[in-house]
Design a binder for this molecule. Structure first.
Ligand code: HEM
Length: 377
């Protein structure tokens, strides 16, 4: 016998996706992010609100991360179409808040719900729409997340081996190829994703939304611990840096629950760059030198993948189309809530830290990396 959660899941995978797709096709035909005040379109929007509310009202008080995602899909779509009064959405808010509090996470759906916690059997995985562009976006983002996780898994095993260990060489090579995969998936995404479809029909589902009157910022593929574990373990970002501390504490509630312990562990582990510099103070034995050279390549691969994110994804898919958005939509452009220029500035700083690119007002790991490179020469 199916449960109320199964029925909600089935609806999300079928009727909900069809209704969203119908709306997206109407918006796209009008080349706009949203159409307001059209009675026919408003009827479709309202069908989403009422059908979802009826299914959510039947839910048993189960605490599961997956269920938070299901209810979040519904709330994300209501936000995207700008429908649903607080009274209509209160039962959904109550479920989301209860699960969020029980699991210690933000009470909204995050990218983990769309990628790694999204069961696919015969029916495939859950999406907001049936548009191929959404699948392109989700799949390449998800693949890049998996590749970041592979790199983080390899790097976090090195501290107990030591940087001169031949086994550490194997793990560094694994991290390097995983980060090259991140770059490759990002490149495929940039090639295959249509800018207008992304901007008008996909991005709006990732916006901030309110739960019980509190605003929770939008979803993005960065809401996993892996990328930060890589930053910290390599030694490119420092947990004592107030800017980076803000990045970590802002992100914490948006991580899936099992990502919290490895991130905490990375904060208390000696960075590999520090360990390499300590061990390489005397003339370097061949294994240590080989590992140090590989380590420098891992750093370069991390920098390249993230520079691509900044210059070939964020700018062309968000910053450029945003310049043509009507003034009334300007303040609603990012996933996080702050103005787009502030978000881009913060991403640029992360890109410079990961690339170890010093600039006025920003001292990075550049000098330490150059010192290690000189010792390898
Ligand atoms: C069209 C594609 C993409 C666009 C437009 C995009 C845009 C953005 C934006 C605007 C943010 C900041 C979120 C906010 O605060 O509003 C962000 C964060 C982030 N994105 Fe993407 N992104 C894209 C694809 C990807 C992919 C494929 C990955 C790989 C996993 C990725 C990884 C990240 C990470 C790690 C962050 C968190 C900030 C950081 O630690 O650097 N993004 N992205």
């Amino acid at each position: 016998m199916s449960t109320a959660a199964d029925r909600l899941d089935h609806w999300i995978r079928t009727r909900f996706a069809d209704l969203n797709t119908e709306l997206e096709q109407r918006y796209f035909a009008a080349h706009t992010e949203i159409l307001l005040g059209d009675p026919e379109i408003d009827r479709v929007k309202h069908t989403i609100v009422t059908q979802g509310a009826a299914l959510i009202a039947e839910l048993d008080p189960v605490t599961s991360y997956d269920l938070l995602g299901l209810v979040g899909f519904y709330l994300g779509a209501c936000r995207r179409h700008e429908v649903g009064s607080p009274a209509e959405l209160t039962p959904a808010y109550a479920v989301a808040n209860r699960i969020g509090l029980a699991l210690g996470v933000a009470p909204r759906y995050v990218f983990a719900h769309q990628s790694l916690y999204n069961l696919a059997g015969r029916e495939g995985y859950r999406t907001f729409t049936t548009l191929p562009d959404e699948r392109i976006f989700i799949e390449y983002n998800g693949l890049a997340v998996l590749a970041y996780q592979r790199a983080a898994t390899a790097l976090r095993r090195i501290p107990t081996l030591g940087v001169g260990n031949p086994l550490a060489g194997y793990l560094l090579e694994d991290a390097r190829t995983a980060l090259l995969d991140v770059l490759r998936f990002n490149q495929s995404l940039a090639k295959e994703l249509d800018v207008d479809r992304f901007f008008l029909n996909i991005r709006p589902y990732f916006k901030s939304y309110r739960v019980n009157g509190i605003e929770y910022r939008g979803a993005n593929a960065g809401d996993f611990a892996a990328v930060n574990e890589i930053d910290l373990l390599l030694g490119l970002c420092r947990q004592e840096d107030p800017f980076y501390q803000r990045v970590l504490s802002e992100k914490a509630p948006y991580l899936p629950p099992e990502d919290q312990p490895p991130l905490r562990a990375a904060m208390t582990t000696e960075p590999l760059l520090t360990a390499f510099l300590r061990e390489s103070a005397e003339p370097m034995p061949p294994q240590l030198r080989a590992n140090a050279e590989l380590f420098l390549e891992v750093c370069r691969a991390h920098a390249a993948a993230y520079a691509f994110h900044h210059h070939r994804l964020v700018k062309p898919f968000l910053e450029v189309p945003a310049q043509h958005a009507p003034p009334s939509r300007q303040e609603d452009l990012t996933a996080s809530g702050p103005p787009l220029s502030v978000v881009i500035e913060s991403l640029a700083r992360l890109a410079d830290l990961r690339a170890a690119r010093d600039r006025p007002g920003l001292t990075t790991a550049r000098a330490a990396l150059d010192q290690l490179r000189d010792r390898c020469a």
